[in-house]
Write a protein that binds this ligand. Structure first.
Ligand SMILES: [Zn+2]
Length: 492
């Protein structure tokens, strides 16, 4: 039974009390006894697990980040984060009453204690991260973790207001990534009909559109660029999409400009009052959070699960803890996980507007809400801050400008070296697929002016190309993530 209803009516101080209680019990019952990494860390830093009683005590536990999960010399490092109970450890760490209680519960339900322990802890499923710069880090789920994954999915289905007689189409790329499986399991748990097509790579856009028009789902879910591509494709075929009620986007940031552009396109295809939802999730949480219904230029923030996790907000430079409502880097702690477990994991995500509490102004639920203005700090360091033409440029400014121009249907930006010579100057080429009937000269001028204004570097060339060529360039139908900004400069 889900306690979501009860959780979403707790006061802020009740939420904190619940989190304190769960944190203490989670660390003492599961983490310290069974996690090789945390056992070492606690012993090494002389942290008594019994002394971790409140959220405030968390600050005594050092942060971890992606590099702690990865070790070039030890590719099995991720295993240290998996809970590894055995009979001896259970006997020495669990009070007799707990083990007895566990055994009695198994017995009462006609099962063996060993089977129940395996269900609780044994890894049987995994997803992994898809960093562009890092090696993948696998995260494991036990059967119990899968129950939680189902639960989170069902909570989101409830947030979106999907009724049991409606249909869902899952267009996330079929891969061992969180988004696909969160959607797949969530729909099953909620008892709603769903079709998971695997996205463009598996069924092709024609195939997805045929399925869409046959099933007429109320809700479609996928990555923003592919959903946009599919809706536009439906438009060229003259399809009526008035059956759609919800569009749920994941695995990439959704800007208000994107929401407005997509909803304008949907209106032209008969769509009325379609809600466009953003979601937030990451592999290490094995979980996603969603917005509740609002008008498309607003965001309710992501409705968190305070019974399952603790988020802290810190200064990304000093690591100092900030108030819940402040801007800062998000740090994540499991409260109810088995298999892979992390405490104080630095997400590398920067949130503006922090976490708010009190009743949600849109749905009335009293849970914690995380601002949806989240950018990846790591992206800014690794990819998004790049020297172009000798100027340090935040590449996300290119995205903001080009996605915000309504006459542009699709775009790609290429940074290359003149003549592909590493010692030559940088060149910026903007490929554009414009809306029909647009004055290309005027649009080129607008692009150059806006880009130069936002980034101080001017593009060398604006090239107008047909949509089919653009789809290929962006790899919209073949890659899990579109190639929006292409840096083809040879590493000289
Ligand atoms: Zn809400």
């Amino acid at each position: 039974m889900d306690s979501w209803k009860a959780i979403t009516s707790l006061t802020y101080s009740q939420i904190k009390e619940l989190q304190n209680r769960r944190l203490h019990s989670f660390i003492n019952t599961h983490v310290y006894p069974f996690s090789p990494y945390y056992r070492n860390l606690f012993d090494d830093k002389k942290i008594d697990p019994k002394s971790i009683r409140t959220r405030e005590d968390l600050k005594r536990i050092p942060f971890i980040n992606k590099s702690d999960l990865l070790d070039k010399d030890n590719p099995q490092k991720f295993k240290d984060f998996i809970l590894q109970p055995d009979k001896e450890k259970i006997k020495s760490h669990w009070p007799k009453t707990r083990l007895l209680g566990f055994a009695l519960k198994s017995c009462a339900q006609g099962r063996h204690l060993e089977d129940d322990l395996a269900r609780e802890y044994r890894p049987i499923f995994m997803t992994f991260t898809t960093g562009t710069t890092n090696a993948p880090v696998p995260f494991m789920y036990s059967r119990r973790d899968l129950d939680n994954l189902n639960l989170f999915g069902a909570r989101m289905v409830g947030l979106f207001g999907i009724k049991s007689d409606e249909r869902i189409m899952n267009l996330f790329p079929f891969a061992p990534h969180l988004a696909f499986w969160q959607t797949f399991f969530g729909a099953i748990e909620a008892g709603v009909f769903s079709l998971s097509t695997g996205g463009g790579k598996v069924m092709g856009t024609e195939g997805n559109l045929t399925a869409l028009m046959r099933i007429k789902p109320s809700t479609i879910l996928g990555v923003p660029s592919y959903i946009y591509h599919l809706v536009r494709f439906a438009q060229t075929k003259g399809h009526d999409l008035s059956f759609l009620k919800n569009i749920v986007l994941g695995a990439a940031r959704v800007t208000p400009a994107y929401k407005q552009k997509l909803s304008a396109m949907l209106r032209a295809q008969g769509g009325k009052d379609i809600c466009i939802f953003g979601t937030y999730g990451f592999t290490e949480a094995r979980c996603a959070w969603a917005e509740c219904p609002t008008e498309n230029h607003l965001s309710s923030g992501y409705h968190l699960y305070p019974d399952k996790e603790i988020f802290e907000i810190i200064d990304p430079d000093t690591g100092e803890i900030r108030d819940d409502g402040a801007d800062g880097e998000l740090v994540y702690t499991n409260l109810d996980a088995r298999a892979s477990v992390v405490l104080r994991y630095r997400t590398g995500d920067f949130v503006k507007g922090g976490i708010s509490h009190g009743p949600c102004p849109y749905c009335g639920r009293v849970t914690l809400r995380l601002s949806s203005d989240i950018t990846r700090l790591s992206d800014q360091k690794d990819i998004h801050l790049s020297k172009v033409k000798g100027t340090l440029v935040n590449l996300s400014h290119f995205t903001e400008v080009l996605s915000g121009i309504s006459q542009i249907n699709e775009w790609q930006l290429e940074i290359r070296k003149h003549n592909n010579d590493p010692f030559e100057v940088d060149e910026i080429i903007v490929y554009v697929t414009a809306q029909e009937g647009v004055d290309q000269l005027a649009l080129s001028k607008q692009i150059i002016d806006k880009l130069t204004g936002a980034t101080e570097v001017a593009p060398n060339q604006i090239e107008f190309i047909p949509l089919a060529e653009m789809v290929k360039r962006l790899e919209l139908e073949t890659a899990n993530k579109e190639k929006r900004i292409l840096d083809t400069r040879p590493k000289g």
